[in-house]
Design a protein around this ligand. Structure first.
Ligand code: ADP
Ligand code: MG
Length: 400
């Protein structure tokens, strides 16, 4: 287990300056925040540091300004959402280093909070330029990283700073790392992984890593079609990457060698056109898909069998929907299996961790998002963690 310091290791901070890397890359419409989930995730860390008496300086990126000052990408657009969630006044500082920041710190009282400008307005951020990191660090006493979602990037604000100041994981980072450790680092066995979604090509590294880690690999979604085709099944007009047949065989071989059971659907939901409740909709065995049909979801029998697999497991990690869940009724398998996992989690029979943009949406659609042990909203960082990669922002916090 990665060892890192948390806010528990910090005592009184009266008058000290705490730099806190947060995720403010919020969904916006017409310069208004449409979803403040990420702000709420970091609020406990910000308020705890403020309660310890620190002058809290928030650091975040927004969008991809590419090292230029782009006014439409100022993080000041998130100020209202921040103030509302925190219930506190937040000062905006249009710099991240230098005398303007120093002067602002002079104005702040212990416990006050300020938001610094978009880190990506400076070229040194994405280059992890040590000079930029030093200039930012010069105004502060400690560094807290609460943005797991940005930890897969080695940038000045996510990695460089951790080497220049006493560095701590914020509460949200701490919760994420603990949940991920429970799911794949040191899990209670047997472990099941559900991997779905559109394409094998986007999750090759995930599959390759998981077969060495889990006891059951459940493959659904469009990527199951590619595996079925590799096994000689005709998948008709289904989304399928035929060119990856050999790769799929290698993954299946690797699974075999490490004692991982791979589950592919044996019945499927098919249709001739991709639309809600199309007239051509039918359920069939995977060997009965017609030339002009598409596989759009895992069938009900296979779904029930998968729920039985989950009942034998103690840990579940899930990325990717089992079907084209945005369109009814191709959400059925995803919703049913999500409900099974949620019920087992509620009974304390299963630790369930899920992540991925569409996966989070699918679990919310199934109405079970609250019932999973942990749902990561980290997107890219979550996938890289599923690939078994070291995340630079996390490694930099490591103490042993
Ligand atoms: P995540 O964002 O959770 O990592 P992906 O982006 O990999 O997930 O995959 C989600 C997409 O996969 C969804 O848009 C869904 O409609 C699509 N998908 C799932 N199953 C199928 C299928 N059988 N045919 C076509 N698309 C599918
Ligand atoms: Mg996606």
């Amino acid at each position: 287990m990665t060892k890192f310091k948390t806010l528990d290791d910090i005592g009184d901070l009266t008058g000290k300056v705490a730099l806190v890397r947060v995720d403010l890359n919020l969904p916006m419409q017409d310069a208004h925040v449409t979803d403040d989930t990420r702000v709420r995730a970091s609020a406990p860390t910000i308020l705890e540091l403020s309660a310890k008496g620190a002058k809290v300086l928030l650091l975040a990126h927004f969008g991809r300004p590419g090292g230029e000052k782009v006014s439409t990408m100022s993080v000041s657009m998130t100020l209202d959402a921040l103030q509302e969630v925190l219930g506190r006044e937040v000062m905006f500082v249009p710099e991240i280093a230098g005398p303007v920041v120093a002067q602002s710190i002079g104005i702040l009282a212990p416990g006050d909070i300020a938001l610094l400008e978009n880190t990506r307005f400076w070229k040194g951020e994405e280059r992890n330029d040590p000079d930029l990191a030093k200039a930012i660090a010069a105004n502060a006493d400690i560094y807290v990283n609460d943005a797991f979602s940005a930890a897969h990037r080695a940038h000045a604000s996510t990695e460089g700073l951790a080497h220049l100041l006493p560095a701590y994981a914020g509460r949200s980072m701490e919760a994420e790392l603990k949940a991920l450790e429970k799911a794949l680092g040191d899990p209670v066995r047997p472990v099941a992984a559900v991997v779905g979604g559109a394409k094998v090509s986007s999750k090759l590294d995930v599959l390759t890593h998981l077969v060495t880690k889990v006891d059951h690999l459940i493959i659904g979604g469009g990527m199951a079609n590619t595996f079925l085709a590799a096994r000689g099944v005709s998948v008709g007009k289904s989304l399928c990457e035929h060119e990856l047949a050999a790769t799929c065989e290698q993954i299946l071989d690797a699974a075999d060698k490490s004692g991982c059971t791979v589950h592919l659907p044996y019945d499927v939901v098919v249709a001739k056109e991709f639309a809600a409740n199309p007239p051509s909709l039918r359920i069939c065995n995977v060997h009965e898909v017609a030339e002009d049909e598409m596989i759009l979801d895992v069938g009900p029998q296979a779904t029930e069998a998968l729920a039985d697999v989950l009942k034998t497991c103690r840990t579940l990690v899930w990325n990717g929907p089992l079907g084209a869940f945005e369109t009814e009724p191709f959400d059925a398998a995803t919703v049913a299996l999500a409900k099974s996992a949620a019920a087992l989690t509620k009974e304390d029979a299963l630790v369930s961790v899920a992540g991925g943009g569409d996966t989070v949406a699918a679990l919310a659609h199934a109405g079970v998002a609250q019932d999973f042990s942990y749902i990561s909203t980290a997107g890219g960082a979550f996938l890289e963690w599923m690939e078994g990669k070291d995340l630079p922002g996390v490694t930099a916090l490591q103490t042993a």
